[in-house]
Every structure is written in C-alpha cells, then in structure tokens.
Design a binder for this molecule. Structure first.
Ligand code: ADP
Length: 627
C-alpha cells in the first residue's frame, strides 16, 4: 500500500472552501444536485468512451445510488461511471480549474471589498453552485473511493476540507466512484429518505439515469427520480398524452395545452425547448411579480425557474423547459441575467412562440379567440414593453368590433374600412357594456363606421406608445372632434338641416349661456358632429388625456386632477333645439348642468356636486308636473 501523504489544496481552492464552509449557506441542499450531476457526467463519459473502447463496457445498468448509513451518519453517492485515477484526483479535486468557481471567488471578493457589511457578501454564495466542494457545506469529512474504468487499482481520496487531502490506494470491485459524506451534526436531515427524495425530484428528476435510494445493508433499492427527460426523446416517440401529462406536472395545472412546441435548435447556441401555451389562465397570472416560470436545465440538471431573460413578463403564461449544454452548471443567477447565450435563447424562443400563435390565429380562429380571451390582456403588455416585437404583437391582437360585437384583428378592421377612412377608431371604457352604450358611438353607427372597443386597463398604456398599424393611425372616439361626414355621410341626412356654419350661428347664444353656467367645469362647449340620439356627451381635448386613462390615473392617485373636458351638444336633438329657443334662464342653466352630469354618469362617473344635482333634477320634475 502506498504511503499516505498529506497534500495541501491549491491556494484558491483553500479560499473557496473557507468561504463555503464558514459562511451561513442558505441553500446548502444544492450539494446533492452538484454531486449527482457529477455522477451523471461520469456516466455520460463512460458511455461515450465505451462506444469505441470495448474494455470500458459493463453489464451493469448505468445508475446512481444514494446509500445511507444511519449509524455511521454517512451519505454516499455512488456511480458506475468513468471513475478517477490518482492523477485525476489531484488535478480535479485538489485544484480550482473551473471558470465557474474562479468567477465565484472573484465576485465574492469584489463584494467583500466594496461591502461594509460582511454578512451581505455571503448572500452571494447561495446563488452559486461550487461543484464538488459544496460537499463540505454538509460534511466534516469527505471520502472519494474510485476506480477508473480500464485501470487496476482504486484510490481513496480523503479530506476534512481544511488542512488538505490524502490519497491512498484502495480496493473497489468495479469501475466507478463512491463519494461518502460524513455529515455534520446540523446536517443529519440528509439521512432522511423523504428529504432526499424531495431534493432528487426537485433537481434531478429528468436526468437520463436512474437515481436509486439504497439504505445500507438492505438489498431493495427504490428509484427516486422519473429518470426520463421527455424533451430529450424524439417527437415521434412521444404521444399527446405524454405531452399533456408532462405539461400538467410542470405547471401544476389541469387543462390541456393550447399549443405544444417541442424543438431542438442547433446553431450559435444549442438547446432543446419544450414549451406549452395553456388553455386556461394559471392561478398566478396576475401576481404583481409578473414572473415567468420557465424552467432552465443544463444537460438535464435543473438550474432555475426564475430566469427572467428567457421569457419576458408578457409571455409569463407560457410554461416549459429549456435545456442547453452551452452554459456552465456553476453559472450564477446574476450571470444568467446578462448571459449572451441565455439572451439568444430567449429571443429565439419568443420569436417562435409569436409565430406559432400567428399560425394558430390564421388556421383556427375559433380556438384562437378563446386563447385571446384568456391571455390577450397579458400579451398586450408587450405592446409597450417590447418595441422590437410590437409589429408581430399587433398582428396577434384582437378587439371587439362595435359593429358586429365579434373579435376582429387590426388587419380585419383595416381591410373593411371604406377608402375614405384613414384612421383606426377606438373607444375605451371600463366595461364592454359601457362601451357599447356610449353616446360617442352614435355618429359612427349612423355612418356604419366600425370602432374597436377597448376595455382592458392595459389598453390605455399601449395606446400611448403605439401610434399606427399598417400606416393607419389610431384615433380615440372620445377625444377631439372627428369629421365623420368626410369618411361617410350620414344615411339619414334630413332635408332642410342647416349646414355647420349656420348651425354654429343659430346655437351661438345657447353655447355661450352653457359656457358661462358651467364655468371651469368644462374646457369648452361646442356642437357635436357625431351625436345622433343623445343630447350631449363629453370629449377630451385633441391633445388631452383619454377619458379612460384619466380614470386610471385617478385610481392610482386620489389627488390627480385631469384637464377639464369639452361638452358637446347635439343640435339635432329636440331638447337642445328647445333650449335654444327658451327664454327661461333658470331652466337653461339647470339643463346645462344636468346634461353635463348626465354625460358624466354615462361614463361611469358621479356628478361632482351630488346635492346640487339632486336639487336641479327635482326642480325639473316639479316643472314637468307644474307644481
Ligand atoms: P465540474 O463538475 O464543474 O467540473 P466539480 O468540482 O464538481 O467541477 O468536479 C471537478 C471534477 O472532478 C469534475 O470535472 C470531474 O472530472 C471530477 N469528478 C467529480 N465527481 C466525479 C465522479 N463522480 N466521477 C468521476 N469524476 C468526477
């Protein structure tokens, strides 16, 4: 037997161990993920080499076992993979060769240098995997017993993670590695089957090897993980039921996926993606964090489901898995966020989801309408958050048509426009019912001009940043004056109606009376060119804020005072005509207020002075009864 010699760790390795062991590691459970992943790599390596070298082949099933010895308080992670030679042990387990660990160290040191509170520096650690060394977070001592495939002597590497390590020759029946952790006093939880089983399912469920639970001295072993990463299989070998079951498992939902997208992508970055667009809204869709739950794997090892770079918040309802070999397992969460490979994957994934949604919209409108009903409200957030994808998103948007009540796309709307129409008319309201009953629609209806009804709060936000579609600008029906006669003259143009100039003249003094009665409450009083049924409505100034936007601002800030609106009165309405000819100034005064308040009520607001409103109404009723 070779004499034991104590060797010291390389300088950096010692430092890492020191940091890992002496910090309060909030996420120390990841040691298991790291060690199982190493074992899986060793199995991969052996399988790869055995393909060309028969001597490395084995009858045994490639697998990973977790052996627990309750008495000795040890947890052993065993694999029948490639194994380590003495030289491998020196170079792999005694040095820090990996870039992940190095940058980990750099970052910790940088944080320590800049951060006065030392405790904070260590919060960084939780976000890193530090490979093999993470074993020392839970163990006072670690043994690595290994026989390299194709070699005759096994070796035992042993270390307390402090002073250094020793290597001695040892025996092991077959090629492979046993990593035995002598668990720390406060780490006995890792002897419990339920705890271990949970961790294996959390991090290693989809490894292509089975992970077995094997109590010491017991023959029966139990498989802890599913052991098959569905996304790595060929599409033709996967049934719809398999996909659905997998979707339900990762999303904790019960619906059928609306879209299932399974792709392998090779190029600048290689990755496999298996994405699902749900049919029904997930319960957390409107959580304020707006986080995506896309799962990121590196070679089938689970890394994170909080990787915001892959799927933007406006696609947060998409569920699925991205698996790439092109990232370092030790990459930190911070680094994931600015990682170019992750960004490339994210861009491609978003493009793909949008183009598949478009295909679905073109092929199966009925199903797409239902999808839109569930998720359109979220997708529209992208219109103002993601200028790059705005065009594509606009193509996916659907709106309720005032004319038909059905959902129409912008392309549908534009192609149905008469040649004289050059704007896309929209009307915002709190509910569809309010929109349909809005007096602002009257003029459009009379001329058979369609208006898109916008009833989601998010509509107000994207309307600020999106100005046109296919060269046609958007125009709000509740803002500014629209010359609808230029688009299409009213069908029922009554004979003998005065033209605009003459009307302005004859209603001039009524407008003045209204203006002085209402004072500051309105920005202006003018004749409407759009009303046909109602006597009056309120519009926003051409450059002012849309009504619905103003309401949202008010909901967020009680102090918010919007610009006064413009009262438009309908010169063709009998009431307005009557008022024009009336000499009763109290009546005209009351009417000015009541018409103004009525217009407010129709928009879902309350008259600003309720007692006065009630008094005026009473006065008017009394007049009706001549009491
Ligand atoms: P990484 O896996 O990122 O390279 P680790 O610190 O986890 O870093 O492991 C260092 C090296 O030790 C590995 O690259 C591998 O060569 C070797 N190693 C670790 N565990 C095993 C194992 N179970 N079987 C064979 N080699 C191993």
């Amino acid at each position: 037997m070779m004499a034991d010699t104590l060797r010291s760790f390389e300088a950096d390795t010692g430092k890492i161990l020191d940091i890992v062991i002496n910090s309060l590691y909030s996420n120390r459970e990841i040691f298991l993920r790291e060690l199982i992943s190493n074992a899986s790599d060793a199995l991969d390596k052996r399988r790869y080499l055995a393909a060309t070298d028969q001597s490395l082949q084995t009858e045994e099933t490639a697998s990973i076992s977790l052996v627990v010895d309750e008495k000795a308080k040890t947890l052993t992670i065993s694999d029948n993979g490639i194994g380590l030679s003495e030289d491998d042990m020196i170079s792999s387990l005694g040095t820090i060769a990996r870039s992940g660990s190095k940058s980990f160290l750099e970052q910790v040191e940088a944080t320590q240098a800049s951060d006065k509170e030392k405790g904070d520096a260590f919060s960084l650690i939780g976000q890193f995997g530090v490979g093999f060394y993470s074993a020392f977070m839970v163990a006072d001592k670690v043994d690595v017993l290994s026989l390299k495939a194709g070699e005759k002597t096994a070796n035992l590497w042993t270390s307390d993670g402090r002073t250094g390590y020793e290597i001695s020759s040892a025996t092991r029946e077959a090629a492979g590695t046993d990593i035995t952790l002598y668990l720390k006093k406060d780490a006995k939880e890792f002897l419990d089957e339920p705890r271990i089983s949970h961790l294996v399912r959390k991090y290693s469920d989809h490894l292509s090897y089975q992970v077995m639970w094997q109590p010491a001295l017991v023959d029966e072993a139990r498989q802890l993980n599913t052991g098959s990463a569905l996304w790595t299989r060929e599409k033709k070998d996967i049934s719809d039921e398999d996909y659905t079951e997998f979707y339900r498992q990762i999303s904790a939902s019960y619906d059928e996926p609306f879209l299932t997208l399974h792709n392998r992508s090779e190029g600048a970055v290689n990755y496999t993606s298996l994405l699902f667009v749900p049919t029904a809204r997930p319960f957390d869709l409107f959580n304020p964090d707006r986080k995506s739950r896309m799962q990121l794997y590196i070679n089938r090892v689970f890394i994170s489901d909080e990787c915001e770079e892959i799927v933007p918040p406006w696609l947060r309802f998409v569920r699925g898995v991205i698996d790439t070999p092109d990232l370092d397992l030790n990459v930190s969460r911070e680094m994931l966020q600015h990682n170019p490979a992750v960004q490339k994957i994210g861009k491609a994934v978003v493009r793909r989801i949008l183009s598949e949604l478009k295909k679905k919209k073109d092929k199966d409108r009925e199903a797409y309408d239902e999808f839109w009903d569930q998720f359109g409200i979220v997708l529209k957030e992208g219109l103002y958050e993601d200028a790059d994808n705005r065009e594509k998103l606009l193509e996916l948007c659907l709106f309720t048509s005032a004319r038909s009540g059905a959902l129409v796309s912008l392309a549908d709307y534009v192609s149905a426009m008469p040649e004289t129409q050059d704007k896309i008319y929209t009307l915002s309201a709190e509910t569809l019912e309010q929109a349909q009953n809005s007096p602002h629609l009257e003029g459009f209806r009379a001329r058979d001009i369609d208006v898109l009804l916008l009833t989601d709060p998010v509509d107000e936000f994207w309307m600020q940043s999106v100005t046109e579609f296919e060269g046609k600008s958007f125009a709000s029906a509740t803002r500014g004056a629209h010359d609808l006669d230029a688009v299409s003259p009213k069908d029922d143009k009554k004979e003998g109606n005065e033209d605009d100039a003459a009307k302005d003249e004859s209603f001039g003094s009524l407008l003045e009376t209204f203006k002085s009665a209402l004072g500051e409450a309105v920005g202006d009083v003018r004749l409407s060119k759009t009303l046909t049924e109602s006597p009056a409505c309120l519009v926003a100034d051409e450059n002012g804020m849309d009504v619905q936007m103003e309401r949202l601002m008010k909901a967020h800030n009680k102090e918010f005072v919007g610009a006064p609106r413009i009262l438009e009165i309908n010169p063709d309405h009998a009431l307005v005509k009557g008022l024009k000819d009336s000499s009763d100034s109290t009546l005209v005064n009351d009417a000015a207020y009541l018409l103004f308040d009525q217009a407010q009520i129709l928009e879902g607001r309350t008259p600003s002075n309720l007692p006065e409103f009630a008094q005026r109404l009473t006065r008017l009723m009394e007049r009706g009864l001549s009491v």
